[in-house]
Ligand binder design. Structure first.
Ligand code: FES
Length: 571
């Protein structure tokens, strides 16, 4: 038996080694324990996570690759989170998924791991786990679904749900046609096919160096995904031999590259909170200001929904992430490594743009400055974010009267009230939706526009929220406001009628009140009453220990890495 970590379980002749080997000899031959690396396949497939259901088949290809390279593959089912089904919000369970994956990887006799994720929270949770356990790890993203069509028009999964539902509320689409479109929305296996959170996190994971270069964005139904999964299995075996761990890959330079990629593809705002959490696990000092500063100089090169026209299948056909990154190669950190052991930039030489409508050149970008902007001010002392690429240009500098909702339920009860005192210039404020207040920081910041304004032709308004929004959504939405209302943030004190001033160029979000007035106010008792106060279980632990969005919304005791060592023998 060699010096593999798994030898701590299987090596030797004592009773424990006997037990460890004997219980694994259900099909494994004796030479499985002769020092070959044991590779876990952390599998987030589940029938209740439709975007990841096909990962069982992907895992089989990974297994073959591991065997071929001389390793022993071992499937490890881990917590799976289906974005559309899990209540109250999958984000509440991201840290639980990360914690469970980390602990299971540490507790088991494995030397490396292939991480299979797809739906929004699964890749972030797996990356957080990998950073904390620091075993050689490679991510295989499950890939986006193929483009669906309805009445001859492509359907962008997620984004077109928002658009069509607003059309129903605005009276320009019948409820029957809306329901009819349902069977066309999800055309194949895979995750959402817009540049939503799942696609974004696959791209970001590749830019971080954790995905085999060229793999992110390969459609789930494309046979090249299985070929790449096979390759990733072999790669994991090689990574164990090279002792190539997340600690050597997740560096400040790799986070820099991830932020460049995030901006160039017009990725989801959710990536900000996930990147901050992953960086926290990896011990990399990353801040909101880094996201703004690095992203600010990056052009938007990808014309994908929700900000643009095309879908992930088009991006893959047009050259994929590598073609995008080749255009901004000079903005990338040249030394940040990937799972291959070579820098990311060295993998860009052969990349080409095959469709200049989908991927623009550096000389003719869709926007000059595509990064996610970070705002500060009276309403967001420690920061809030906005995605200008998905916002209406005429609203990026705006002043309007606040219309305040204390909770999602309050918003639903009143948003379509014909007597609601709101006009097209109003600023819709939704609070009680942060990590602690909801709890779990749901995707509600793109709150629906009042029906009476939709009928009048209004299609966007400034919205301010301490929650998140779906990566498939769009609009002039200021989100991730910190501190959240439930953590004592000034958002809890703003009142309907207060003049709110947004100035994205100046990076400000303020309330135009006499000095000291906002600070002197007490939050309305109804506002405070709406905050969550769970008594037991995960929710109680979460509310007690969750950090604010500007720190990644991780649990405070999960920040950092303890590595893969187990302090005690099996007992
Ligand atoms: Fe799974 Fe969108 S619902 S990625």
């Amino acid at each position: 038996m060699g010096e593999q970590r798994s030898a701590q379980w299987y090596g030797g002749t004592d009773r424990n080694a006997y037990i460890h080997r004997a219980w694994m000899r259900r099909g494994l031959p004796a030479h499985a324990f002769d020092g070959r690396p044991h590779i876990a396949i952390a599998d987030t497939s589940s029938d209740l996570t439709p975007c990841n259901a096909h990962l069982r088949e992907v895992a089989e290809s990974v297994k073959q690759g591991v065997y071929e390279a001389g390793g022993i593959p071992l499937t490890l089912p881990v917590v799976s989170l289906g974005e559309t089904l899990v209540r109250p919000t999958a984000m509440l369970w991201r840290n639980m998924a990360a914690m469970a994956a980390e602990e299971l990887l540490r507790a088991n006799p494995v030397d490396g791991v292939v991480l299979l994720g797809g739906c929004d929270k699964t890749i972030p949770a797996l990356l957080m786990a990998a950073a904390s356990v620091d075993l050689p790890a490679v991510v295989v993203p499950g890939g986006p679904m193929l483009t669906g069509t309805f009445r001859g028009q492509p359907l962008g999964c997620g984004t077109d749900v928002w658009r069509l539902s607003e059309e129903v509320r605005g009276g320009t689409l019948s409820a029957e046609d809306f329901t009819r479109s349902e069977s066309s929305m999800i055309r194949s296996r895979g995750h959402c096919n817009t540049m939503g959170t799942a696609s974004t996190m696959a791209v970001v994971a590749e830019a971080l160096g954790m995905v085999p270069p060229g793999l992110a964005g390969t459609p789930a139904a494309d046979s090249r995904l299985l070929e790449a999964a096979h390759g990733a299995g072999g790669l994991a075996v090689g990574m164990v031999a090279a002792d190539r761990r997340p600690a050597t890959l997740l560096t400040r330079g790799s986070f820099h590259n991830a932020i460049v990629a995030l901006a160039a593809v017009g990725g989801s705002t959710n990536a900000v909170v996930h990147l901050l959490a992953i960086a926290g696990r990896a011990g990399v000092p990353l801040t909101l200001d880094d996201v703004d500063r690095i992203g600010a100089g990056v052009p938007l090169l990808v014309d994908l929904q929700p900000a643009g026209r095309y879908l992930m299948e088009d991006l893959h056909r047009a050259g994929g992430l590598a073609a995008v990154l080749r255009e901004v190669r000079d903005l990338l950190d040249p030394e940040a490594l990937t799972v291959t052991g070579r820098p990311l930039v060295e993998h860009l030489d052969d990349a080409r743009i095959w469709d200049g409508e989908v991927i623009r050149t550096r000389a003719a970008p869709l926007q000059e400055h595509a990064g996610i902007a970070v705002l500060y001010g009276d309403l967001a002392p420690t920061g809030a974010v906005i995605k200008p690429a998905a916002a209406s240009a005429h609203l990026l500098r705006h002043r309007g009267r606040a219309v305040v909702f204390d909770s999602v339920e309050d918003m639903h009860a009143r948003i379509d009230d014909p007597d609601l005192d709101v006009d097209a210039d109003s600023v819709l404020v939704l609070r009680g939706c942060g990590p602690r207040g909801y709890p779990g920081m749901p995707e509600v910041a793109n709150l629906p526009l009042p029906a009476k304004l939709l009928r009048a032709g209004v299609r966007d308004m400034v919205r301010v929220c301490d929650g998140r929004m779906s990566g498939t959504a769009y609009g002039t939405v200021v989100l991730h406001v910190t501190p959240e209302a439930a953590a004592g943030g000034p958002l809890a004190k703003v009142r309907s009628g207060d003049p709110v001033v947004l100035d994205v160029a100046a990076r400000r979000l303020d309330v135009d009140l006499p000095p000291g007035e906002l600070a002197a106010r007490e939050p309305d008792p109804a506002t405070v009453a709406a905050f969550a106060r769970p008594a037991r279980g995960w929710e109680a632990l979460y509310v007690r220990t969750v950090q604010q969005a500007d720190a990644g919304a991780d649990l405070d005791f999960l920040v950092g890495s303890t590595g893969s060592a187990v302090s005690r023998e099996s007992h």
